[in-house]
Design a protein around this ligand. Structure first.
Ligand code: COA
Length: 335
């Protein structure tokens, strides 16, 4: 059986920075009230990047920049890619897939291309699929992207959800390992509970409800969230899936060099670190500068930590995620 490894990683964000103060003004224009202090204290977020929605900041365009960076690190060409898995819940278009838009922009015409939607857990779900496909020998070089432009789905009049999110994309080249290398993906675990669908959803725009003028008026084509309920489930499942990853590979928590958790709220991250008894200096955080970029949080935070030299080849790294669905997952790898 083959094993897989991440041979390259990259990230991209829109240029436009929106600070909490600027966001508070926008939210006020939509009839709600918030402020920098509340957002910082309750979420740890100071600013986020919001797409201009112009061609160079569409989801697949951010995915392109992230992919080119990952491919350069992996030293591969577009024709080497045999599959593109694009994890997103905010596609460029419903049809064709964002993966196909990216394939066109990359010129990776030998590759199969598809989107997968596991919301914020999508990147780990993508790694899960890529790892299995490499293990079976079906594919050799897979591009896994977690990318989102969720800003058009935010209801700026809802101060509990619109303060949390930002746009961005991260990409990883997943390949078959060479026989003697230590860098490899040890395991991936995924799970979900569809009974918890109403904690975070977009009511209209699918077969449940088409977008009519009345639906538009009620903003039901925008995100709805029960933040407090998600908070509790997230803390528990993140701890459970971190333990699953570590124990199933017979490592101990102390063996893990870095945890890269889903970046939804600094308080959730700190709560999970405490539950796992891991000091915060082993936890990668970028939610302060980018907010929750959904499927993009883990690959962008990981790429940034690799680029700045914090995470080094040979380090044991844990990815730990949750998202709408609800969905959950973790991955353990030797970088
Ligand atoms: C949304 C979230 C930040 C709210 O933080 P919280 O500490 O749970 O805050 P609460 O919902 O208990 O609200 C506390 C108070 O602040 C108010 N409030 C909510 N949002 C506010 C805002 N942006 N600005 C100012 N006040 C706000 C509430 O109305 C409430 O007021 P009250 O006490 O008078 O009723 C937090 O629950 C969270 O991050 N949850 C997880 C969400 C998530 O991860 N979603 C993505 C899933 S992938």
């Amino acid at each position: 059986m083959h094993h897989s490894w991440i041979s390259g990683i990259g990230s991209a964000h829109p240029k436009g920075i929106v600070t909490n103060e600027e966001l508070a003004k926008k939210i006020a224009q939509h009839g709600a009230e918030t402020n920098d202090q509340w957002i910082r204290e309750r979420t740890g977020i100071c600013e986020r990047r919001i797409s201009s929605l112009k061609e160079d900041e569409r989801n697949s365009s951010l995915g392109l920049r992230a992919s080119l960076e990952a491919m350069e690190m992996a030293n591969i060409q577009p024709q080497d890619i045999d599959l593109i898995l694009y994890a997103t819940c905010s596609p460029d278009t419903l049809v064709p897939s964002t993966a196909c838009w990216l394939q066109k922009k990359l010129g990776a015409l030998q590759a199969g291309a598809l989107d997968l939607n596991a919301a914020c857990s999508g990147f780990v779900y993508g790694l899960h699929l890529a790892d299995q496909m490499i293990k079976t020998g079906a594919h050799k070089t897979i591009l896994v992207i977690g990318g989102e432009v969720l800003s058009p789905y935010l209801n700026w009049g809802d101060r509990t959800s619109s303060i949390l999110f930002g746009d961005g994309a991260g990409a990883a080249v997943v390949q078959r390992t060479h026989s003697d290398q230590s860098s490899r993906l040890f395991s991936t675990h995924v799970g979900s509970d569809g009974n918890l669908w109403d904690l975070f959803y977009i009511p209209a725009g699918g077969s449940n409800q088409e977008v009519t003028p009345e639906v538009y008026e009620r903003q039901e084509h925008k995100m709805k969230m029960k933040g407090r309920e998600i908070f509790k489930v997230a803390c528990n499942t993140l701890a459970t899936y971190a333990k699953k990853a570590i124990e199933s590979n017979e490592f101990s928590v102390e063996d893990v060099d870095w945890i890269v958790p889903h970046q939804a709220n600094l308080r959730i991250i700190e709560n999970v670190a405490k539950k796992l008894n891991v000091p915060m200096d082993k936890v990668i955080v970028n939610v302060d500068r980018f907010g929750n970029t959904s499927a993009a949080t883990v690959p962008t935070a990981f790429a940034e930590a690799v680029k700045t030299g914090k995470i080094k080849r040979g380090d044991l790294v844990l990815f730990d995620v949750f998202g709408a669905g609800l969905t959950y997952g973790s991955a353990l790898l030797r970088w």
